[in-house]
Design a protein around this ligand. Sequence first.
Ligand code: ATP
Length: 301
Amino acid sequence: ANVRAHVIGNVAVDETISVSTMPEAGASILGREETRDLGGKGANQAVVMGRTGLPTTLVSAVGEDFRAQTIRNQLALEPVDTKLITLAGRSSDFSIIFTTPDGENAIVTTTDSAGSLAPEEAVTALDGATAGDLVVLQGNLSEATTRALLQEARRRKLVTAFNPSPLRPYFGAFWQLVDIAFLNRGEAESLTGSSNGAATDWLLQAGVAHVVLTLGGDGALLASQGKPVSNIPAVSAKAIDTTGAGDTFMAVALASAALRGVELDRRAISHAAAASALTVSRRGTRSAFPTSEEMRSILAG
Ligand code: ATP
């Protein structure tokens, strides 16, 4: 199958600063730059998918500033085709991540660029897509742009995968346009009031064909229309920094199935668990993801 993944979402520069304790309001404290890395959920998912060997295009908006150059340089190192749309007068998105020695994180993310990507521009990026291709979306685009992409994907018979993160109040109307949903415990609780089989049932009833609920170190549930729910264990790992675990998981699960020409199955979820165990065991975002070589051995398993 010549499936291509079209990831439309945000790209950001992640600045990780280590601090001895989280700053209090009004405080001025010292920190040390730990890493500067490519991040943003859209870029994360595209980079991981590209490293699996699945043909992948990332469509993202950037601003007119010094961060846009960092973003271009870092993406150029990855096996991903990029369509970066420059928005005049906007700033590129970035995250400031505080980490403490006990492993706690506090993250502030800007979405000036991602939130300003216009529906028409985003939809044009699907012009080369062919039936059966994957469209991979997260929660950082505007409501109108996300809806337009989901509708265009249906019209072109593309397979839509949606990760409702960060959560927005308007996601309820999207489920009937989503083929595959990935969510974590907190998202499941907020959307459905539960984080077990009741949450996956809720989404199947809303029209989603496959639902994946990730449960951190407790593994994941896969629920598909007309099949019993499967419980897939996590791969044990020493968790150092979980940034990007969920993105790794979604990207590898989708790519594993697409590369084999099958619908999402237990094997795809096991591959995702193995890949995200590597991501949680390392610091950083892009630099923590499995390499292309590691990915080959994971996908052979
Ligand atoms: P994040 O926001 O940190 O990127 P998430 O909240 O979206 O992650 P989680 O459910 O926490 O998603 O984690 C996704 C997957 O990563 C899990 O299903 C599991 O396979 C793997 N994972 C997460 N934490 C651990 C851990 N401590 N040990 C092993 N695997 C883990």
